[in-house]
Design a protein around this ligand. Structure first.
Ligand code: ADP
Ligand code: ADP
Length: 228
């Protein structure tokens, strides 16, 4: 479980991006953070992997204060997917996906098997695609690789920051569906940022609505919808 306790973030220029946030993210849930541009979604997300440090308050993972965990260690256990896919252009798809498993010194047999399994899960035939380079895949295929790369090292937590925003509507809906299926099979904790309520409702186990650095409401999609 990820817990924010009285967390605030004030940037150097004085902007208060997060104002006394209290939030618990349960193990295995897909929590969607939603709200208008500038409300603090990305800041919240990036505090979990310590790309941004809170000004005050505490963030714990399974009871452990993350400010006491080495950031490199921490990030090995937290997959991160962003809109700008960031695949390495000179590495094949398999090499891209196997990056973290290799850092973790997995046996080649183990990571090759993992690459095949993950590619199958999102409908990318390994024998066709694993030796290709990113530029030889469509945008939607590349984003699938971005998603499964974040899962490859078996992290406990996956952070996804508007991962599908750059895609056409059809690829986007396909990926949303695949993510829900993936989540059902792997049961990892996923924190997903979007500003699109339709997307949130399709994929979320719970939705956290933010505004101006504060939480407005946290609930399951059904109850968010029933509000006037
Ligand atoms: P921190 O306090 O976390 O170290 P900084 O204030 O040093 O953050 O800013 C980090 C980076 O973000 C800088 O490169 C800065 O130019 C950039 N930045 C500054 N203001 C904004 C803003 N309003 N939105 C997004 N990025 C910004
Ligand atoms: P969101 O992801 O919801 O669009 P952000 O977390 O990126 O919101 O930003 C929250 C607020 O903090 C905004 O007002 C933004 O301009 C500001 N901000 C983000 N990064 C920086 C930075 N590095 N320096 C100063 N202000 C920042």
């Amino acid at each position: 479980m990820i817990r924010f306790e009285n967390v605030s973030k004030r940037y150097k220029d004085g902007t208060v991006a997060i104002d006394n946030l209290n939030l618990e993210i349960q193990k295995g849930e897909l929590l969607v953070l939603i709200g208008p541009s500038g409300c603090g979604k990305t800041t919240t997300m990036r505090m979990i992997n310590r790309l941004i440090e809170p000004t005050s308050g505490t963030i714990t993972i399974d009871g452990q204060d993350i400010s006491l965990i080495d950031p490199v260690e921490l990030r090995r256990n937290i997959g991160y997917v962003i809109q700008e896919i960031g695949l390495f252009p000179h590495m094949t798809i398999e090499e891209n996906i196997a990056l973290v498993p290799k850092l973790k010194k997995w046996h080649p047999e183990r990571y090759r098997k993992r690459v095949n399994e993950l590619m199958d899960l999102v409908g990318l035939d390994p024998s066709t695609y694993k030796d290709r380079y990113p530029s030889e895949l469509s945008g939607g295929q590349q984003q699938r690789v971005g998603v499964i790369r974040a899962l490859a090292g078996e992290p406990d937590i996956i952070l996804m920051d508007e991962p599908f925003s750059a895609l056409d509507p059809i690829s986007r809906e396909q990926l949303q569906e695949e993510l829900v299926n993936l989540q059902e099979s792997i049961r990892k904790t996923i924190v997903f940022v979007t500003h699109d309520m339709d997307e949130a409702i399709r994929i979320a186990s719970r939705i956290a609505i933010m505004n101006e650095g504060k939480l407005v409401q946290v609930d399951i999609p059904d109850r968010i919808l029933r509000r006037p």
